[in-house]
Design a protein around this ligand. Sequence first.
Ligand code: ATP
Ligand code: MG
Length: 222
Amino acid sequence: MPAIIEADHLKKAYRGDVPALAEATFRIEKGEFVTLIGRSGSGKSTLLNILGCLDSPSSGALTLDGEPVNFRDPSLLVSLRRRKIGFVFQQFNLLPYLTAQENIEYPMLFNYREPEVRARAAQELLTCVGLSNRGHHHPSELSGGEQQRVAIARALINNPPIIFADEPTGNLDQKTSEEIFSLMQSIAREKKTTFFIVTHERDFGEYADRSFQLIDGKVTGA
Ligand SMILES: Nc1ncnc2c1ncn2[C@@H]1O[C@H](COP(=O)(O)OP(=O)(O)OP(=O)(O)O)[C@@H](O)[C@H]1O
Ligand SMILES: [Mg+2]
């Protein structure tokens, strides 16, 4: 079976020759729950943005779900992101004027599905993340942990095989962070979604099938 993520000697230097990612070579299988740990500035977000097709590497190759990624073809990158990838961010990034349910439905708008189909899918996911009765609330009416649950539901709405999360619990307390990790882990098991999660904290290694480290721009433990 092809790997869901195959990184082959990915490297990235930013303009002005800032070396951000020195070496990333690894394979991740479908449904794996992987954490990436590293100090601030070690290149975690740089790697995640490349794997998520939000940024291009300076060299190296990436294959997602059997498809080689052509970083020079913007329309292909958009299509790949839409079909294969969900994102979860540290700051939740929910749209403030939309309700929780509307936020979850939002990425489905681009797939031209009927409103009833969108609403049903969003309600199912609200239940899945434990917020079945909060769909009509706006982000400002939800706690940080609840907002992150909505963001996880939004990332799942188009059924992507891969979720990338960049410090998803960076703004949450320890107990809420554990609840969020446990939720993501149960989703990975139930839906066979692959999770690749960047985190500062080592404590969450126990949730992971595998844990990588990024030291001086090099991925180790892969
Ligand atoms: N757009 C950019 N232009 C130039 N340099 C950048 C850019 N983005 C990041 N860098 C540099 O690349 C290096 C890696 O940054 P990156 O954001 O990937 O680190 P990180 O591990 O995610 O850190 P943090 O834990 O603080 O989020 C840093 O030295 C950073 O200053
Ligand atoms: Mg970062």
